[in-house]
Write a protein that binds this ligand. Structure first.
Ligand code: TUI
Length: 310
């Protein structure tokens, strides 16, 4: 299944693991990389030294390439960029903003940059800044979301840029991967599917909620704050949505959102915390190893395409 993205990164399968904040750490990332995909450590929750520790741990656990996701709204973003350059991480993905301020520094350190974009405009901008590829993420995804669906976003980004496009948002099996190929993407990124991986260290309560979710169990809140977030419906998100609708102040909303992801992912409080998760969670019902997930999705994708009849 090797292609332009595999050649660019030296990976066997064109499958990225999403850089999920508070969740994607060295154990998960190295398991995905060992399986032949691209494992990604989320820098979001760590300061420089904590991130360096995770990178060093991943280097011990795998000799395959892995990446780091830089959440551009992170208070530690500058430290994270420095550490990634010093540790000579092969590839960085960026999210929740425009990576322009860090492009030169990363490229000078030979770090490939693959930004996550939610629009054609940003896709074109990052291509002009020297991005190696781009991840077009539709609003079916979990966490911070844009406004356009994967189905509409991916082909428009593919038409607008000449660098490889990786599709994300709402993809969790071979059918989704085949669909992404049909839209012109040459790889996929999955977050929610890897949330349910055996090697994923997220709190078991969170994993359980993902496995039990059905198709309509997620909600987007935080539009008023300028950073809409998709998470599983629970008492926190319902209360948040109600406050938002009733014109609560930004201060009040920010107070409610602060620390909510950590509360769910680390402490396991899935009622008061934020279980960020994509719409595809309804389809995920079993815990599997990263190896089975990566190999399974590629084999199924091949079958779907080979067996297709008009
Ligand atoms: O970044 C993500 N997903 C995330 S980040 C995150 S941590 C967080 N926690 C609480 C509140 C907010 C964030 C949880 N999930 N995905 C990548 C992504 N990036 N999706 C959408 C975008 C995006 C959106 C707008 C990228 C750029 C953009 O516009 C930037 C610009 O200036 O044009």
């Amino acid at each position: 299944m090797s292609n332009a993205v595999c050649d660019l990164l030296g990976i066997k399968y064109p499958v990225f693991q999403g850089g999920m904040a508070w969740i994607a750490e060295a154990t998960l990332a190295s398991a995905v990389s060992n399986a032949g995909g691209l494992g990604i450590i989320a820098a979001m929750n760590s300061n420089g030294e904590q991130l360096r520790e995770q990178i060093k741990k991943a280097k011990e656990l795998t000799d395959k390439p892995f990446g780091v996701n830089l959440m551009l709204m992170s208070p530690y973003i500058k430290e994270a960029v420095e550490v990634v350059c010093e540790e000579k991480v092969a590839v960085v993905t960026t999210g929740a903003g425009n990576p322009a301020p860090y492009m030169e520094q990363l490229k000078a350190a030979n770090v490939k940059v693959i930004p996550v974009v939610a629009s054609v405009t940003l896709a074109k901008m990052v291509e002009n800044m020297g991005a190696s590829a781009v991840i077009a993420e539709g609003c079916e995804s979990g966490g911070h979301v844009g406004e356009t669906t994967t189905m509409a976003l991916v082909p428009q980004v593919v038409d607008a840029v000449s660098i490889p496009v990786i599709a994300a948002g709402g993809i969790a099996d071979g059918r989704g991967m085949a669909a992404a190929y049909m839209l012109g993407a040459c790889a996929v990124q999955m977050g929610t599917r890897f949330l349910a991986a055996k090697e994923c260290q997220v709190h078991p309560n969170y994993k359980e909620r993902v496995l039990k979710a059905s198709d309509r169990d997620t909600i987007v809140t935080g539009k008023k704050l300028g950073h809409p977030v998709r998470a599983l419906k629970n008492s926190m998100t319902r209360e948040f949505a109600k406050l938002e609708m009733n014109g609560a102040s930004e201060e009040e909303l920010n107070k409610m959102g602060a620390g909510a992801l950590r509360l769910a992912a680390v402490e396991g409080d899935v009622k008061k915390g934020s279980c960020m998760c994509g719409q595809i969670a309804g389809m995920i019902t079993t815990i599997e190893t990263c190896k089975d997930i990566v190999e399974g999705i590629c084999a199924d994708c091949k079958k779907v395409i080979e067996n297709f009849k008009f």
